[in-house]
Design a binder for this molecule. Sequence first.
Ligand code: GLC
Length: 481
Amino acid sequence: MRQHGYVPNAVNELMREVAEGRLSRRDLLRRGAALGLSASLMGTMLDVQGAGAQGTPSPAGAQPVGYSIVVPKGLRTDLKGKQVTFVGSSEGPGVPFEEAALKKFMDATGIQVKRISGAESTTDRLRFYLQIFSSQASDIDACMIDVIWPGVMEPHAVDLADVLKAENADFFKRIVENNTSGGMLIGVPWYTDAGILYYRTDLLQKYGFSNPPTTWDELETQAKKIIAGEKASDPTFTGFVWQGAAYEGLTCDGLEWQYSNGGGTIVDQDAKVTVDNDQAIAAFDRAKGWVNTISPQGVTAYQEEDARGVWQGGKSAFMRNWPYAYSLGQAKDSLILNKFDVTGLPKGSGEGASSAACLGGWQLMVSKYSKSQDAAKELVKYLASPELQKAYAIERSLLPTISTVYNDADVIAANPYYKKLLPIFQGGAVARPSTACKDLYPDVSTAYFTALNQIITGQAGDTKSAVKDLASKIQDILQDL
Ligand code: GLC
């Protein structure tokens, strides 16, 4: 057993042995059963073993990408030959799985899907969508939209209430409500997201820490000690990587710092500006103090994949990121395979301090300018189905938006931490104020991340006055509500 209650990802290990032909059929069945794997997953593994593990290796192990996808029953086949353009994941590790999923859809329905990668930064992705939608162009039929966009997308979306109904599944109510705007379901919940803390179990053990940090103070102490020790052999080793670039990701990190320090949210549910308070200011100053001490100087230009690159290269003790980085860290050839675990983010100090995870996530939308709405809806129905959500969880560690998928033994076996963090994933995350700010949310967020980026890069001078200016800027923006 490892320290800190960390259970190595036994399913990945099993898959690897299967792919390398190191297991007999009997051993596979015995060990799979002990892990609680379903008969169907073990059946797939046996097929792979029989086939000599052909195909592209999956990041989650040595299985072919998409091995866990089961095509849901009842997809329409009368739309054969229709064409749909879908804007999906950004270029990067998610693409092969998405392509495998779309291929199975095309094979099952005869609908042709052209996949386009969206921008990596959600801020840039929004700009791209709005450029197309504001000219009412039919170039996009379906696309993934951020949890903060229902208000912005309302004028361009078709109501997907019928698709949700057809899924006949236990979707998270909170997300369905979030996605409802102007009486329409703007997006079918696809996967949810929550900010979490990744930590290196081997390094914590090496430096005598028996538990991951529960407060930011502890994180700083642990990071400093680990850096001091590791620097001797690796001068580039760092303590904590996160998202500091001026884009939506910094709004997520900033909200976590602020809320975890008892500093509330940016704007409250009644659209009252609440960012200008001492606890928020102290939280921003704390983050500023990380730059060039426990975090690299360059962190103020990092997005998710920059942070993950450093982390996955084995160069950082801690990382703030979303769950997608879990399956990648556990990939067959990952340098940190079985050397890390995840937990809730630390809390600050002062009244009302509590651990906070920003709520993220993605929904599937159909454009009202699409000329193939039926086929696009069928694609949405497929991607958001319990079957696909299960596969996305197993192979990509994305968080399902259907409660029952969390009870699935294969999903839990691939993501042992889901159990521990379930209260956060199933409703405990802190939402950005997109519902209160409606279609003005992107402007509010831009003001927030711009100010925060200036604070952490030292360009803002005094944090107190920078936050005061920010509050009045947000106030001005919200005049138009
Ligand atoms: C993740 C979240 C999304 C958030 C984005 C910020 O993709 O799911 O909600 O806006 O990160 O970078």
